[in-house]
Design a protein around this ligand. Sequence first.
Ligand code: GDP
Length: 448
Amino acid sequence: MLDALSEKFEKILKKLRGSGVLTEQNIAEAMKEVRLALLEADVNFKIVKDFVERVGKKAVGQEVMQSLTPGHQVVKVVWDELRAMMGGEKAGLALSSAPPTVVMMVGLQGAGKTTTCGKLARFFKQQGRRVLLVAADPRRPAAGDQLASLGRDLQIDVHRQDQAGASQTDVVRICQDGVRRGTDQGFDVVVLDTGGRLHVDDELMGELVAVKAAVKPHEVLLVADAMTGQDAVNMATQFHERVGVTGIILTKVEGDARGGAVLSIRAVTGQPIKFLGVGEKLDALELFHPDRMASRILGMGDVLSLIEKAQETFTREQAEEAQKRLTSNTFTLEDFRAQLAQVNKLGSLDQILGMLPGGQKLRGAMEGQVPEREMKRVVAIIDSMTRRERRDHTLINGSRKKRIARGSGTNVMEVNRLIKQFLSARKLAKMLTGASGRRQLAQLLNSR
Ligand code: GDP
């Protein structure tokens, strides 16, 4: 996510942080590089100009230049301005005190609108809300089928009335029917998956305006493909001018190295980004936090999001139980396997690294290696053991190792390596949780 941009920013800022004395000249040079990095990221040129001017002015201000750590202060200024550019505060969703809350989703075909309807429905369902999805594109049965299939996967109701050649009036009526059903049947949230086209056209806009006027949604969310950069921004501007939106969901952000849309769509349209789509799966939806995104871009990581994700994935009891076992001698290969499976749920290693400070560099260092594949081998090896072996690794002698290697399509060396890794993980955990271990760790960290 925004890797190319992030790498450039890290380099520029490292240079600034490194210089003991900051002069107007080296700030000016850095600003030139910042300007170039943002333009290469496909950020709207006017936004870039404003940004660089503001940062430049603040950076040569008294507060920064006379501080003890001017380099760091400049980084803070850049962080502040990036955050402001993306909207400052996190933008919440307007939930109605008189349910159902009606969310109208709009966007061009292929942007990921229907998938995002599913993701959003899942998001609300996880909060304990009852959600109704409405297929509001009656002319395209395929769109209805896709929504129905998402509904089945998520166990969420879908309201659907296909009608070939439906007029605008028909579409409006179908949406009204859906919202009425939401009200009558006590749903908390109704999500309308409206029709999309390949291009912005008058007919589509007319239909969306009519639906909006009839159902008076609490939110009109535009779904836009981040990979299309400035095209996404221009499209969002057109939708906002014609229909009026309350927020934006950018999709495919995980594959967007440049970040032009993420950085400038808010500043150009005036509408906040509310969520990011970061993958094809239904759980790949993140609330958008401008401050955390600014940190990610500057290579400071996004530990807060990682912690939140971990909290969603593990319960406190699970974590405490795991720690107890890990530090006693009862931690077995079976537990090791269970932990790997849970860590896997957090996301791919690549995604996790992307959220850690300096993770970008680690990722570079691992280039070419495929940790996921390694993880799968480890799991395959453990799965090829008998239950008794998993509970007591000391049983695993030479002939058993051969059998395990055959069963998992690996070799004895790999089985040996896994057992060694398991033992050192257990030893390390014990060391870290003991009082003297913690002291050692603290010394180690301080000495770096
Ligand atoms: P619609 O035509 O706007 O309704 O788009 P769809 O929901 O059918 O999505 C189009 C394609 O984009 C599908 O292949 C989706 O799986 C994919 N897609 C949607 N959101 C994301 C995302 O956040 N990341 C990635 N990688 N793919 C996505």
